[in-house]
Design a protein around this ligand. Structure first.
Ligand SMILES: O=P(O)(O)O[C@@H]1C[C@H](O)[C@@H](CO)O1
Ligand SMILES: Nc1nc2[nH]cnc2c(=O)[nH]1
Length: 290
């Protein structure tokens, strides 16, 4: 079994990055499938390929680039992950979230995590943006938690709570920003369930997820959020509903990756505009105490 990165290993990656850019990001953005356009929000941008950072994992999925983008958004220095790491690619779950620890050592205080997800709840429509208010860490509760293994208190406590990992103030700002853009009708709220993937879920699995309170299902986000919260970051989680889950076993329809990317493409600009406004207000309201 691959050994978890030590504090020193994470520090090495952060030091490598710091030696190559003068930017000192305060906000992190993780781009979900097909949502790499969020990186275009950054001005004065500088890019760093994952492969150029010793020890950093490398993305293998379509719709995910493989670089860090540094730049300014509404006057604040940001780091954007264009391409994330999924458990189904074969990484240990802690490794999927290790870049968040690197962000922490770079000085990041707030994190916007996005993903493409399937809508389970009937209140969700194709193309909706669901603010994640809570999550079900299915791999975590069944033994695969990103914090399993030695704990380094310099990052966070051994037994962190996960009661309020998604910031209410950040969510309210996002809602207000969407309203200002006339996009409030597509903003929903709900619980995101992480399933391992890479298979999309069977109807029986989806019906089970529904009974345990999941509104949307995806294959990411939870490891990064758990680690960000453990590290003391303020988190905003957003799921773009790229497909409506099929709960009826008699149905002849099925989810496809193409549908996921098409919907992501359709909403990408809307999400960018809301994130820009959100960032502006978050800075004005000092949501992350910077
Ligand atoms: O990185 P996210 O969670 O947006 O990607 C989701 C999960 C799979 O990579 C892909 C499935 O369509 O979208
Ligand atoms: N697990 C899962 N991930 C997704 N990502 C986008 N859509 C889906 C989905 O329906 N299920």
């Amino acid at each position: 079994m691959e050994e978890k990165y030590s504090y020193e290993k994470i520090q090495e990656m952060a030091d490598n990055i710091k030696s190559r850019t003068s930017q000192r990001p305060k906000l992190g953005i993780i781009c979900g499938s097909g949502l790499g356009g969020l990186a275009d929000l950054l001005t004065n941008s500088e890019e760093m390929e994952y492969t150029s950072i010793p020890g950093f994992p490398v993305s293998t999925v379509k719709g995910h680039g493989g670089k860090l983008v540094f730049g300014k958004l509404e006057g604040v220095e940001c780091i954007c992950m264009k391409g994330r790491f999924h458990f189904y690619e074969g990484y240990p779950i802690w490794k999927c979230a290790a870049p968040v620890q690197v962000m922490k050592l770079l000085g990041v205080k707030g994190l916007i995590v996005t993903n493409a997800a399937g809508g389970i709840s009937s209140k969700l429509k194709l193309g909706d943006l669901m603010l994640i208010t809570d999550h079900i860490n299915l791999p975590g509760v069944t033994g695969n938690n990103p914090l399993r293994g030695p704990n380094d208190e310099r990052f966070g406590p051994r037994f962190p709570s996960t009661n309020a990992v998604y910031s209410k103030s950040f969510q309210n700002i996002f809602k207000k920003s969407a309203e200002d853009q006339g996009l409030l009708p597509i903003i929903k709220e709900g619980t995101y369930l992480m399933s391992s993937g890479p298979t999309y879920e069977s109807p029986a699995e989806l019906n089970w997820f529904k009974t345990i309170g999941a509104d949307a299902v995806g294959m990411s986000t939870v490891p990064e959020t758990v680690v960000a919260s453990w590290c003391g970051m303020v988190v905003l989680g957003i799921s773009l509903i790229t497909n409506i889950c099929i709960l009826d076993v008699e149905s002849t329809e099925e989810p496809t990756a193409e549908e996921v990317y098409e919907t992501a493409k359709m909403r990408s600009k809307n999400l960018q505009n809301i994130v820009r406004l959100t960032e502006k207000s978050a800075v004005e309201q000092n949501v992350w105490n910077i």
